[in-house]
Design a protein around this ligand. Structure first.
Ligand code: MTE
Ligand code: MO
Length: 207
């Protein structure tokens, strides 16, 4: 399904350099699809919180938070882009109000099942298109797309859009996540083609 909003440029004009629109809608991830167990699932807010305490949300607590819908494209570093996705979920601003970071927090590590993680800057976390998504195109996420919860950070390469999210860690000093430790760019802006860590400039990432 392609959604065209008034004022939204045509798909061809929304493609970052080096990207293409594939046939079909690829699903990719490292490892297995986890099983969701609502009784034991919890969302944790760790690291440098304002209170110094960690926060925990059960599935009923987390899933009742207010939702919004975002229309966005998403770009995998392997060069395919998925255009016009309508994500519905909880904006990070809601979480930042309930579980605020300490002053000085500049980075967030997003944690998932099996220890997958991705780091983003706090400004990318707070960006208006970033969302803890529970629905795609009006339907509950499928297991392989991240059910019950994934983050989408559509303005960065899609490895940062962590599926099966279980928590966030607020960080004063940056630390690399799963792919950022394995040669991928710390920031990952597709419009600047920030694909690999060898492209990083001083200040783009931790030493
Ligand atoms: N937990 C987890 N999230 C993940 C990944 C992964 O391996 N594990 N792969 C990432 C990559 S590289 C991409 S391109 C997107 C793919 O999302 P999709 O399967 O919905 O197309 O998920 C991202 N999120
Ligand atoms: Mo990817």
């Amino acid at each position: 399904m392609t959604v065209e909003l008034p004022g939204t440029p045509r798909e061809e004009n929304r493609l970052p350099p080096g990207q293409y629109v594939p046939r079909g809608r690829p699903v990719i991830h490292y490892g297995r699809v986890p099983t969701f167990r609502p009784e034991t699932w919890e969302f944790r807010v760790m690291g440098a919180t304002a209170s110094g305490e960690h926060h925990r949300f059960s599935w009923p607590e987390f899933s009742e938070l207010p939702r919004k819908t975002v229309l966005a494209d998403f770009h995998c570093v392997t060069k395919f882009s998925l255009m016009g996705n309508e994500w519905t979920g909880i904006p990070p601003s809601v979480l930042l109000d309930l579980a605020p970071p300490a002053p000085g927090v500049k980075h967030v590590l997003i944690w998932a099942e099996y220890g997958y993680s991705a780091n983003i800057r706090i400004n990318d976390f707070m960006a208006p298109d970033t969302l803890f998504a529970m629905e795609l195109d009006g339907k509950t996420l499928s297991p392989e797309r991240g059910y019950p919860l994934r983050i989408v950070v559509p303005h960065l390469y899609a490895w940062k859009s962590v599926k099966w999210v279980r928590g966030v860690e607020y960080m004063i000093d940056d630390r690399r996540g799963f792919w950022e430790e394995r040669g991928y760019h710390n920031i990952a802006d597709p419009w600047k083609e920030q694909r690999y860590s060898y492209q990083e400039e001083p200040g783009d990432g931790p030493p």
